[in-house]
Ligand binder design. Sequence first.
Ligand code: EPZ
Length: 418
Amino acid sequence: MEKLLIQGGVKLFGEVNVSGAKNAALPILCASLLTSETVRIDNLPHLHDVTTMLTLLGHIGVDVELDEKMGVLLCAKNVSCLQAPYDLVRTMRASVLVLGPLVARFGKAKVSLPGGCAIGQRPVDQHIKGLEAMGARVEIDQGYLCVSAEQLVGAEIVFDLVTVTGTENLMLAATLADGVTTLRNAAMEPEVLDLAKCLTAMGAKITGAGTETIRIEGVQSLNGFDHAVMFDRIEAGTYMAAVAATGGELLIKGVDANIINSITTKLAGAGAVIKHEGDDLLLTVSRRLSPIDIKTAPYPGFPTDMQAQFMALDTMADGTSTISETIFENRFMHVQELKRLGAKIQTQGNIAIIQGVSSLAGAEVMATDLRASAGLIIAGLIASGETAVGRIYHLDRGYERIEEKFGRLGAKIKRVTN
Ligand code: EPZ
């Protein structure tokens, strides 16, 4: 089992190269199923989840190859198996994103129900409700979603709650439906907009992506595309939170300031100095930060995927802060691990009260989910002595070469196998 060993107490200085966004790459990879033509995707992050999705697409019959510039070429001309098996889906819930495109283009799909995960039950009822509204028959058989439809038809769909992959799955399905589909109370995340840009390049007729109402006019067929995945705003935010915690200076190139505004506003409000020049961002922190209160919300609110990282930041802030997690019902599992390092945190339901302390002491801690792992690394970077973070397979799902990127900023961090 691998772990990361971190010697904390070191300020970080330097530039980090942010990878392509995992949560944009995954739905865009599934868009390849909508056409028999070859598609090319650039700036794919080298992550376990991306590998899992490529494995799943290969299982379905998509030809997958890398070109000389590390772009991925995909061709779904000879799709043979309209199934997403349990052993793949259980390791990555986003596998459910093959459902919409498979039903839209081939008229049926059998996808294992994604189980719950550490942060919550994460049902897919909104995905199912939308497909049924578009005329699909949906049955659950031995843990599999069996979906069929001779031809999906356009529908008016109002989501009961904002769901990112629910919006993406139904947008994918609607591109080949007969008629117009309107998605209301849709997710406005930038990754949804990146997918819509990709689908539009394929010939899909989509308006309103990035707003709460998306209109998709179905077409007969779609062409190939060549798309570069947008930057990973959560990875960028994670490194910003780390340098804000340790003190120092961080340069990130190729970031859209508007997209990370909810993160930078919080950091600036706590005392970080943030400068934007074009799409370059420079963050400088030279003093102990003030406490940062957070309430997670769908975009453009504060992202739930940044909650654990900011909790780590708050453990040594100059005062008491409150974090309210409104998206997932069980996303405080990093609290117990942070308390092992000496953090003072009380939780009441989905509210955490963090009393800033003057120091943390390194200890052995265990990652429980992807973003909690990132929070524990940040805590390890500010704790005195050595922190050992175990179960870092969670981390490798969403962060590319994290110890290398932190090492380049001066962090004393190494991966060991015990
Ligand atoms: C996406 O997950 C992201 N994953 C998550 O990132 C992110 O935390 C989440 O959106 C919220 O921003 C990908 O994009 C691959 P949701 P998703 O559907 O789509 C409930 C990471 O760390 N819900 O927006 O699965 C659900 O239980 C991951 O990169 C239903 O009740 O999240 C949750 O409480 C973690 N029924 C809320 O909605 C449904 O049919 C938001 O979930 C769908 C969702």
